[in-house]
Design a protein around this ligand. Structure first.
Ligand code: ADP
Ligand code: MG
Length: 380
């Protein structure tokens, strides 16, 4: 089922003197979730993710805008008639009911022509349980399950009616790291198997990147960028998006463009073309640094952290906005730290420039050299 949000807005009235101002939790959202896709809503806490999800589910009424499921305008439809399945962070299972009874619960509430026979209900519950691989736990109570198993029960309960749209609000937050990984792969598998259009809310960029067909990056109730995870990572529209995606995060420096060169501190580190002379923020992905004896980018060496396949070179630079600079290099490299410095050249495609004023991305050519000469003076 395709889901379309059209100029969707939700404002909450201010409460009391301290919070007198109205909050615009969701500000003029327009985007389409294609049928059968898993879309990750991603952004920091308070940016409006849950509000968006609750508008889609019908638990909240929008202040403005429309919601369509397929071609149908469902903006005024109550939640129970929308055909959505919901899973929250806290599994919200009924503690006194068994797993089976918990999963059956949504089916037992069906009325009139939707009412099902006991045998059909059981069959559906068993099928949902099989899908999330808890069919052996059907007679246990939630208190006798691990967190991961409880969350599977919650997912089975959301799936049992085979909803057109599955809505997951930070479903993995209460799980430990290993279970989180495992459960997110499970969710992906189930989503692919069932083909249910799914919206997955998380503040964890790695989680969103790994699970989603498409991510929607949000900030302060406003959509910043929508796209395939890799495409957004490789081509962020502004400094916020560039910083939000990637671990370790992108390194940011104060810099300037002048006469076709990009300067960070006193050093010209790259060539630029089609970019007016101006002050900029320079974002360099950790994998954008290349160890290079006569590289133009000179940092004060700090330490090397071994991560197995890669090493992380931690250093400092006066123009760095953050306290340290982090470069990820293949472990086969030897780090030369003569004089307490470490020198790099930069991969142009891993460097992004942002306006110092607006923090929007500045488009233009970035090159390693000018007239065939690299910034470190080598001739190519
Ligand atoms: P997220 O899920 O991304 O953390 P939310 O959608 O829960 O963010 O909240 C977005 C903004 O709306 C926040 O500033 C939050 O304080 C505000 N908000 C959410 N629900 C309500 C409510 N019922 N009443 C007033 N303000 C709310
Ligand atoms: Mg939330």
């Amino acid at each position: 089922m395709k889901v379309v949000l059209q100029n969707l807005t939700k404002k909450f009235p201010g409460r009391g003197r301290k919070h007198a101002e109205e909050v615009t939790a969701v500000n003029d959202f327009t985007f389409e979730i294609p049928d059968g896709e898993l879309v990750g809503l991603l952004g920091p806490s308070g940016c409006g993710k849950s509000t968006t999800l609750n508008l889609i589910s019908g638990l909240l009424k929008p202040t403005g805008g429309r919601i369509f499921f397929g071609e149908d305008d469902i903006t005024e439809l109550p939640p129970e008639n929308r055909g959505v399945g919901l899973v929250f962070q806290n599994y919200a299972l009924y503690p006194h009911l068994t797993v089976k009874q918990n999963i059956l619960f949504p089916l037992q509430n069906l009325k009139g022509k939707d009412k099902l026979s006991k045998a059909v209900m059981l069959e559906k519950a068993n099928e949902a349980a099989r899908l999330v691989q808890i069919d052996e736990l059907m007679d246990r109570k939630p208190g006798e399950l691990s967190g991961g198993q409880q969350q599977r029960v919650a997912i089975a309960r959301a799936l049992v009616k085979m909803p057109d749209v599955l809505l997951l609000d930070e479903p993995l937050s209460n799980l430990d790291a290993r279970l989180r990984l495992q459960t997110r792969e499970e969710i992906r598998r189930i989503q692919k198997e069932t083909g249910i259009t799914t919206v997955f809310v998380t503040h964890d960029q790695e989680e969103a990147m790994s699970i989603s067909d498409r991510i929607v990056v949000m900030k302060d109730g406003i959509v910043q960028q929508i796209g395939k995870p890799q495409a957004v990572y490789d081509d962020p529209v502004n400094l916020f998006v560039a910083r939000f995606l990637g671990t370790p995060p992108i390194n940011v420096f104060a810099g300037r463009c002048r006469d076709g060169r990009l300067y960070v501190g006193q050093d010209a580190v790259l060539g630029v073309s089609g970019i007016a002379d101006q002050e900029v923020y320079v974002g360099v992905r950790p994998e954008g640094f290349v160890l290079c004896e006569d590289g133009p980018f000179v940092c004060r060496f700090g330490s090397v952290e071994v991560m197995g396949r890669d090493i992380s070179v931690v250093s400092e630079h006066d123009a760095s906005v953050g306290p340290t600079v982090r470069a990820i290099i293949s472990a086969e490299n030897r780090v030369d730290t003569t004089n307490g410095t470490v020198r790099f050249s930069l991969k142009p495609q891993k460097v992004f420039l942002f306006s110092k004023e607006t923090e929007e991305r500045i488009q233009g050519g970035i090159t390693e050299c000018i007239n065939g000469v690299t910034m470190s003076g080598r001739r190519l």
